[in-house]
Design a protein around this ligand. Structure first.
Ligand SMILES: [Zn+2]
Length: 323
């Protein structure tokens, strides 16, 4: 009995000491198609999995630059973590921050067409417009919006939002979609597609106090990227720091960083990548660089974890330190 106890204590100690002995996470932002086409076939044979932070609207719309739902499901089935990267990839400062600030005041008649209304909005962008539960269709001009009930035109120059309501006289129920909605609804819509997103990856890596607070409310963990070493040593799951991998950055530079700062240490390197191999989007990384880096990680026994796994191990390491 005593021997069994000693043995299990020894196992527990080994388990705790390995908790954070240097981990690397590969997060691929935006959901571009090269992630399925190139990153998955590179990582899978090595027994490694990444994190795909997907934007819901291009995923749902079937935009050919982005992965299909079936491809994202295949990543998930291969052990990848699927994270939300928002509905439309907006910054919190460009749209209303919270549900409570979605209402628009001071509507007035828009003379362009009968039943149309307009109002000034102080926001830089319009992510979407709701009339009750109905999502209105964006139009690229006032003339087009005037011909289509249930649509809107946002004039970025004047800041005027022109709405052709689905049913007239209902301007009081017209709202602008908030960042909080981007966060909460993206998760629900991914879930409806069978994709289980419990982590949020912040678009543009743009974080302020509101983003942190909303992240705590709607997700188990949250990651944002900064230039720098991108090393996590703390255990706050809503302040996971990432390091951006740039298009021209050689794998060797990352290998040296892992050797110097991560391997065998209580440190977690979370990388912010985008597309791989296809050259799409912002800062695409060549497939050959990913292949070299991933093979080195595998050959050197570096733990490659998802955000969920990494945060869980950091919390375990922190519990050990507190004892
Ligand atoms: Zn992004």
């Amino acid at each position: 009995m005593a021997r069994a106890l000693i043995l299990s204590l020894a196992l527990l100690a080994a388990w705790v000491s390995q908790a954070t002995a240097g981990m690397v996470t590969l997060v691929f932002d935006d959901g571009l198609r090269g992630v399925h086409q190139y990153a998955l076939p590179i990582l899978r044979p090595l027994g490694l999995a990444g994190v795909a932070a997907v934007i819901v609207e291009p995923l749902e719309s079937g935009n050919a630059d982005y992965m299909t739902v079936a491809q994202v499901r295949e990543l998930q089935a291969s052990g990848w973590e699927i994270a939300s990267h928002g509905l439309s990839h907006r910054r919190i400062t460009d749209i209303p921050a919270r549900y409570a600030s979605e209402a628009v005041s001071r509507w007035r008649a828009d003379p362009t067409a009968p039943g149309m209304v307009q109002a000034y909005t102080p926001h830089q962008q319009v992510a979407c417009v709701l009339q009750g539960e109905l999502r209105l269709a964006p139009e690229p001009s006032l003339a087009l919006a005037s011909r289509r009930p249930g649509s809107y035109f946002f004039d970025r120059i004047t800041g005027e939002l022109h709405v052709n309501p689905q049913s007239p006289g209902a301007d009081g129920e017209i709202r602008l979609c908030s960042y909080e909605r981007e966060m909460a609804e993206s998760r629900q819509r991914l879930e409806a597609l069978g994709l289980h997103a419990s982590s949020y990856v912040v678009p543009y890596n743009y974080v302020n106090d509101d983003v942190i607070e909303l992240g705590r409310r709607h997700y188990a963990r949250m990651a944002a990227g900064y230039d720098g070493d991108g090393l996590n040593r703390g255990a706050d799951p809503h302040r996971i720091v990432r390091s951006v991998v740039h298009a021209g950055q050689p794998a060797q530079e990352l290998i040296e960083l892992v050797q110097r700062e991560v391997r065998g240490q209580d440190a977690w390197l979370v990388l912010c990548l985008h597309d791989v191999g296809s050259g799409l989007g912002w800062e695409p990384w060549p497939a050959g660089e990913l292949k070299a880096f991933a093979a080195w990680l595998r050959d050197n026994g570096i733990d490659v974890v998802t955000l969920a796994q990494g945060a869980e191990r950091m919390a375990r390491g922190q519990a050990k330190a507190a004892r």
